[in-house]
Design a protein. Structure first.
Length: 132
């Protein structure tokens, strides 16, 4: 869906379509793209998610669709418009995501479906710790 201010929370940094807020776990709100189904986490949201993450409940996008968008480089933070850093984890080098140091991170659809929950949760915790 084309980005429409008012209807959508932010504009997807990958494909330029609108992202919608999705509530998760009662008190955490993330943004999911209505087109490529990528997920945006605000910095504070990522903090809240650690410990109760369930990747497949949230990351419902099609991995093939996600891979397509994974090829898009040099995306800008939807909050501040600065270039986001492309990062990967040394233990899971096939997984890439984009991060703005100040505002949060963007993940492509289906990027985490090949993780076991435990592994993913551990990785996510280490990521948050590492960014401090
Ligand atoms: Zn998108
Ligand atoms: Zn930013």
């Amino acid at each position: 869906m084309e980005y429409t201010p008012g209807e959508h929370s932010i504009k997807c940094p990958k494909c330029g379509h609108g992202m919608k807020e999705v509530q998760y776990g009662g008190d955490v709100v993330i943004d999911r793209c209505t087109h490529c189904e990528g997920i945006w986490f605000d910095a504070g949201e990522a903090e809240q998610l650690k410990g109760k993450w369930m990747g497949d409940a949230l990351d419902m996008g099609d991995p093939d669709e996600g891979k397509k968008w994974d090829a898009v480089e040099d995306i800008a933070c939807p909050r501040c418009g600065k270039d986001m850093q492309k990062r990967s984890d040394p233990d899971q080098p096939h997984i890439w995501f984009e991060e703005c140091d100040e505002h949060g991170m963007f993940m492509d659809a289906g990027e985490f479906t090949d993780y076991k929950h435990e592994t993913w949760a551990d990785w996510f915790r280490s990521l948050i710790k590492g960014s401090r």
